[in-house]
Design a protein around this ligand. Structure first.
Ligand SMILES: Nc1ncnc2c1ncn2[C@@H]1O[C@H](COP(=O)(O)OP(=O)(O)O)[C@@H](O)[C@H]1O
Ligand SMILES: O=P(O)(O)OC[C@H](O)CO
Length: 505
């Protein structure tokens, strides 16, 4: 029996669960294990995670995935990490204990602090250096909140006694027994990293009141950081990427103009812009796509959409119109079109390209003719139109020829949605054979770092199209739909008022 390392593992530490997948050399899935963790809601708008619980889950899913594959850890050539982005943790350097629960990316407790940091100049004050608008979404404001709020923490951070990290850093620290590292993609979501130098930006650090002593070393996404101890004893820890960046890598979107969209609870489009740092004039984020050790970073433009799959969950859990997410397709297929109805799911404002926190959801175009089938269809169309607006922004920001859209994520099981996307975008939509592109991307980056895969071409050769949808509606129908969608979006604006009561979590 051979004992050569012949597999690569990926750990995906997501918003609702942690997973481990073992892959073979063709990028095929050998085993999967997954565990959910608690969502902690201390107050309306606050969402925390217990980092110790997450670590315990990670250990369990790694053990389970190895057991299921019937593999000892010695058969792993490397492990790669991918993670929910922006979620912020501070822990004690000496004890390794978190000083506070992790503050997640959806948490809006820094609303006021963000307005204060923006001052008269507003949300784009730091954009040129870090690629991001000032928003509660990113790690920097969350870290500032912790340093200001937890008694004695700022002084301890100055003395280097406590460490900041996103979930990649936490897992690398735990896996390696004490290396304090992050990768360029995760660092690019903090607001604290300068996109051009790929180092922490001293001027921003000073404004946010963050000492360098608390920050991890920034490394490429694909590089050997160290060797694991404990559950993966002896296995090289060789990659880290934010989950959306990992999906870009897993889709082998390595050339400028390549674009992927991941359809889960929300949706995230990333467009590879090569070595160019493209500043968006149309509401997109500039971010690092990935960096391979010894090479220059590859940048990306990102369009983040807050609500897509969660609208389907709302149909199921709050309206009771369907029993499962998949049933939305059956219901939407009972009608030929949306019956004039449009849904803008601005449940907590609108992200890209609008960034309107005061917007709220609307259902518009209602007549007595509209039935639940039309509503279901409008819900799917909302995902398509939101994607279209992000792609339009990408086209406006770059001269890149955006070809087919590579899709992945839970919603891509919906074939009607895939056709609606192709019709709305007027580009082909392709779905790969391996839908787990996030884990696959982390595995690819780790395998590349240890020579398990020789180069990007070997990874490209692993990508196979499972299905493709071509645009099939006439331009006049598309244009009419677009016009109506824009009118519907405008009706969602300016909804919240100063004296609105906070909504319970
Ligand atoms: N057949 C389907 N049609 C439409 N939406 C779906 C379908 N299957 C799953 N979803 C939606 O996809 C989301 C789950 O996708 P997943 O990739 O697991 O998300 P995440 O990684 O964000 O948890 C849920 O919001 C669910 O409502
Ligand atoms: O864990 P997910 O899949 O919900 O992704 C979260 C994103 O990384 C947030 O930016």
């Amino acid at each position: 029996m051979t004992t050569e390392p012949a597999f690569v593992a990926a750990i995906d530490q997501g918003t609702t669960s942690s997973r481990c997948i073992v892959f073979d050399r063709r990028g095929g899935i050998v085993s999967v294990a997954q565990r959910e963790h608690r969502q902690i809601f201390p107050r309306p708008g606050w969402v925390e995670h217990d980092a110790e619980e997450i670590w315990a889950n990670v250990v369990q899913v790694v053990e389970e995935a190895l057991d299921l594959a019937d593999l000892p850890r010695t058969r792993l050539a490397a492990v790669g990490i991918t993670n929910q982005r922006e979620t912020t943790l501070v822990w004690d350097r000496a004890t390794g204990r978190p000083v506070h629960n992790a503050i997640t990316w959806q948490d809006t407790r820094t609303d006021e602090l963000v307005r204060e940091l923006g001052g008269a100049v507003g949300q784009d004050r730091f954009r040129e250096r870090c690629g991001l608008p000032l928003a509660t979404y990113f790690s920097g404001p969350k870290l500032r909140w912790l340093l200001r709020t937890v008694p004695g923490l700022a002084e301890r951070a100055d003395r280097g006694e406590v460490l900041f990290g996103t979930m990649d850093s936490w897992l690398i620290w735990k896996l390696t027994g004490g290396l304090h590292i992050t990768d360029v993609t995760n660092a690019s979501r903090t607001m604290l990293m300068n996109l051009a130098t790929l180092d922490w930006d001293d001027a921003i650090l000073a404004e946010f009141g963050v000492p360098r002593a608390a920050l991890p070393e920034i490394r490429p996404s694909s590089a050997v950081y160290g060797t694991a101890t404990g559950v993966l004893d002896g296995v090289p820890v060789a990659a880290a990427l934010g989950d959306q960046h990992a999906a870009l890598f897993g889709q082998t979107a390595f050339s400028p103009g390549d674009i992927k969209s991941t359809y889960g609870t929300g949706s995230f489009l990333l467009l590879n812009t090569g070595e160019s740092i493209v500043q968006s004039g149309h509401g997109l984020l500039t971010t690092v796509g990935y960096q391979i050790a010894g090479q220059r970073a590859v940048y990306a433009l990102e369009g983040s959409i807050a609500v897509t799959g969660s609208l389907v969950q709302w149909f199921r859990d709050k309206l009771g119109l369907i029993n499962s997410a998949a049933e939305i397709e059956t219901l939407a297929r009972t009608v030929a079109d949306n019956g004039g109805c449009y849904i803008v799911p601005a449940f907590s404002g609108l992200f890209a390209p609008y960034w309107r926190s005061e917007a709220r959801g609307v259902i518009t175009g209602l007549t007595g003719y509209v039935d639940k089938g039309h509503l279901a269809r409008a819900a799917l169309e909302a995902t398509a139109w939101q994607t279209r607006e992000v792609m339009d922004a990408m086209r406006a920001d770059t001269a890149l020829d955006v070809g087919a859209l590579r899709v992945d994520g839970g919603m891509t099981a919906n074939n009607l949605l895939m056709q609606l996307l192709a019709d709305t975008l007027d580009v082909p939509v392709t779905r790969p054979t391996v839908a787990e592109t996030t884990c696959l991307g982390a595995a690819y980056a780790a395998g590349l770092a240890v020579g398990y895969w020789p180069d990007l071409d070997a990874l490209r050769a692993n990508w196979h199209k499972a299905a493709e949808w071509a645009p099939a509606i006439d331009p006049a129908t598309r244009a009419r739909g677009h016009r109506k969608w824009r009118k519907a979006v405008e009706r969602s604006f300016d909804w919240t008022d100063e004296d609105d009561l906070p909504q319970p979590a």
